[in-house]
Design a protein. Sequence first.
Length: 300
Amino acid sequence: MSRRFTTLAAAAAAVALAAGLAGCASADADKPASGADGDVIKIGVVGKSDPQWPAFEKAAEAAGIDIELVDFGSYELPNPALTEGEIDLNQFQHVIYLAQYNQASGEDLAAIGSTQTYPLGLYSSKYDDVKDIEKGETVAVPDDASNQARGLLVLQSAGLIELKDGGSPFSDLNDVDEAKSKVKVTALEAALTPEALPDVAAAIINNDFVEQAGLTFDDALFTDDASDPAAAPYVNIFASRAEDVDNKTYLKLIEIFQTDEAVQKGLSESSGGTGVTVQLPQADLEKTLAKVQKDVADNS
């Protein structure tokens, strides 16, 4: 999520499959990019106060690139803003979230650069061990499709629920086998799952909201494995409009984000050292998005 999402058999070979992402190179790809407002490149984020962003602004300035971070309080907002040209890039989501947005909206936003993969964690203010969660309790998961499916897979791996047919990146609440599950599951907006902790046994909380809730990443009772190659759909990305995938200034910004020491230090700090840096070739990232988007369409 920007920090954010298991064993994903259906997507394990995503990077290797040869599928193209629709889109074309910008005619002005060789020129410095102009953002939505003059020469300023606007980048949508969720969690502007995270320590990597001041470092990124400073590094971009040193490279002669003027950027403006636009902070959004909800995951539902940055992609429409990018589609409408209100911002020029965004960095908050993983591949599968973008694939689901494109499929639902009919848009063709592109995954232009990879950043990190983050484990998704289960947190509780009532229990210190996942094994202590009592039968019949309620656990909250995010309500957006991609994070809900991943959250359900985390709960299954933790032994709290059983998903029909073993679960997939497209599972939802209807796939929970209640008769075979230890807990009940409810879905809430991702930003509200931390607030629900006093009222539920535990909650899946996206990394963006962990520290805002006064928690640390070490507080997680259980997480998935962010370094698993099968987690390709959960690699976090910079997204652009399709016509901007070859924009040299945008690609330079992604290079800065991936390699600048201060930015990487900030990412480590903001994820409690849990993030795994990923530098996928752009062509592989496009193939991954195309494959996952096809899977989304097939499961719609």
